[in-house]
Design a protein around this ligand. Sequence first.
Ligand code: NCD
Length: 336
Amino acid sequence: MSLKILRPAPSSLHPNANNVQLDENGKLRHFLSFDGLKADHLTEILDIAESFMGVNEKSSKKVPLLRGKTVVNLFFENSTRTRTTFELAAKRLSADVLSMNISTSATTKGETLLDTLRNLEAMQSDMFVIRHADSGAAHFIASHVAPHIAVINGGDGQHAHPTQAMLDMFTIRRCKGDFTRLKVAIVGDILHSRVARSQIHALNLLNTAEVRVIAPRTLLPERVESLGVQVYHKMDDGLHDVDVVIMLRLQRERMKGGFLPSRDEFYQQYGLTQARLQQAKPDAIVMHPGPSNRGVEIESQVQDGPQSVILQQVTYGIAVRMAVMSLVMRNAGASA
Ligand code: NCD
């Protein structure tokens, strides 16, 4: 069985089209995307993450919330910081953690996924964190797991990466406060970025004053305006007066064909240099989900500069992932 035929149709990626991740009381049972979620769901995660910040700063960094639970990180696609921060988050919640990197062949993905799932269920796992190259993979797994298991999407294809977006929201809230007064620009390869899709969704749920995307036409999805963003093709225009600049990596591995004139030309037009950053507010913050490419989308001086919060994002990612894991596990326990 191929996973491809089980992908949700594009229309089902719109808000409220499915609610496998919500229980009958509207509580977050799995965390797969922002579809059907309300601002309260996001604020609850941010508030719980805030409470974990203290734990992560102590010399002994453990709380017993997931003691006796088994978390399996099931990564079918490469990852460094997402996998390791999920692993650390689970350990700090006192869970037993198993991290698996699985490379799949295109023809046997569906079988591998279901077979692997059944085996891990037989080992009495309680939570799966999934990263997969196919959009819809985490949703597919959540629809097939035993009722007591919680599923978290660690990034599926070009569809969603909700915990990354939540750690980005946490970083913005900590540095800038109220979303309703903020102008946020997301720059670069929006087309191939699951991170950008999730960020746009989350920023809009949190009522951000203005969400902008800055990119060449070839790196924007069709009808991108319908996602609730303002579109800019020139950096100087799009960066003007923004509070937050989010840079994205060029997802070359997903590009089939001529999306870009050349890497140098891209950097000339869309690279975030210190000079360009002057267009943003003087206290604007610079973010990047990583991995970043110096000299391709961001100047080294900016990446390491005083406005960069890129490493804070990584640190906050642990608290946010602890929040998501403890929340879905609590809700799974309540509804199982
Ligand atoms: C992102 C991803 O994998 O989607 N990285 C991450 O999770 N930190 C972005 C990327 O790969 O460019």
